[in-house]
Design a binder for this molecule. Structure first.
Ligand SMILES: Nc1ncnc2c1ncn2[C@@H]1O[C@H](COP(=O)(O)OP(=O)(O)O)[C@@H](O)[C@H]1O
Ligand SMILES: [Mg+2]
Length: 344
């Protein structure tokens, strides 16, 4: 096992405009499941490839287990990478696919068998060893790729959107399996995704990335409850955090859709009241969304489906948000400005 660290890592591609990865400092702890979350094109894969040794950084250092590995080739880093495309060998059985790195390392046949048995047991694919990849489901293929990574007993797993070509249902169970598997083996894992639900559900911590930079690192709860800026506030959560401009002070007031309370339930001055004009409601089984506006700003509220609400579509009702649920952001920079007290 080993912690991963990036120190001032930068990548500029030849001919490219700005930096794909722009001076990132990021450290995992040993055994951690750290998720790198960000929109497509923000530099996640580039960062992962530099950690894995597939891409030389323009500046900065990579450390694995406290040792600088920046100039070491991938095989000397004792890492295992699984990418979106698993690249299994189609003509080989599952057994041979998993054993491939062991055969390449010329390990004795008996050791190969033991290790393949161990890895395929952990991943629940020991009954599939005689099959060819085309006889497997997407989820099973993904597990074969993981088993092949696991037999090398790496210090670190680097996973780049490994679940993105599974359908939604398989993805949920694969997420669960992958997380349980990581807990069992305890291998430090850096997991790349653009899917905030995946990040929230799987990560010990999440590093939120945008335009080559890390915006915030924290536990899923910290990131959700205490976003450092408007990018993080709106990238996590679906529907996203509401951001309502306050004309007087150059601030944006942020609050989550689930933090709406009917004004009648908000007494005293621990809550801020405001009029909410409801355009449309939407039932989603367990919950109900209200689409509307606060002043000129499109705003969404979320309630349990059975909540008895004082609303009419097309009309304005009074709602409130508790002060502790209200975040303040600088309108210009998007950064949190919670030191400023008083509202509107
Ligand atoms: N080999 C490359 N040559 C030039 N530009 C690249 C190369 N690889 C990635 N990029 C650019 O770097 C940026 C980050 O890409 P990438 O790391 O793949 O993002 P992500 O994985 O977050 O979607 C993008 O603008 C992309 O076009
Ligand atoms: Mg990518």
């Amino acid at each position: 096992m080993a912690a991963i660290e990036a120190r001032g890592i930068t990548k500029r591609f030849d001919g490219g405009g700005g930096a794909a990865v722009d001076g990132i400092d990021l450290a995992s702890t040993d055994g951690e499941f750290l998720v790198l979350l960000g929109p497509s094109g923000c530099g996640k894969t580039t960062l992962l490839r530099m950690i894995g040794g597939l891409e030389p950084p323009t500046a900065g250092d990579i450390l694995i287990g406290g040792r600088v590995v920046t100039d070491l080739p991938p095989r000397a880093r004792h890492i295992a990478m699984v990418f979106q495309s698993y690249a299994l060998y189609p003509h080989m059985t599952v057994f041979n696919n998993i054993a491939f790195p062991l055969q390449a390392a010329k390990l004795p046949k008996e050791t190969q068998k033991q290790k393949v048995g161990w890895a395929s047991g952990i991943l629940g694919i020991d009954h599939l060893l005689d099959r060819k990849p085309r006889q497997l489901s997407g989820g099973q293929r993904q597990r074969v790729a993981l088993a092949r990574a696991l037999v090398r007993e790496p210090n670190v797993f680097l996973l780049d959107e490994p679940l993105s070509n599974l359908d939604a249902q398989r993805r949920a169970s694969a997420r669960d399996e992958l997380q349980q598997f990581q807990r069992r083996v305890g291998t430090t894992t850096l997991y790349v995704t653009h899917d905030q639900v995946e990040a929230m559900g799987m990560g010990d911590r999440i590093a939120v990335m945008d335009q080559g930079r890390i915006r915030q690192v924290g536990t899923p709860l910290e990131i959700y409850d205490d976003p450092a800026d408007t990018f993080v506030a709106t990238f996590l959560g679906s529907p996203p955090m509401n951001l309502i401009p306050d004309g007087a002070s150059g601030l944006l007031f942020g609050f989550r859709p689930e933090h709406f309370v009917p004004a009648s339930d908000a007494t005293g001055d621990d809550a801020v009241r405001f009029p909410f004009h409801v355009h449309r409601t939407e039932y989603l089984g367990a919950e109900r969304l209200l689409y509307g506006a606060v002043g000129e700003t499109r705003t969404i509220a979320r309630f349990p489906a059975n909540a008895d609400l004082p609303i009419h579509v097309g009309a304005t009702s009074e709602f409130a948000v508790r002060r502790r649920d209200l975040k303040r952001f600088d309108r210009e920079t998007g950064l949190r400005r919670d030191q400023i007290r008083g509202i509107g």
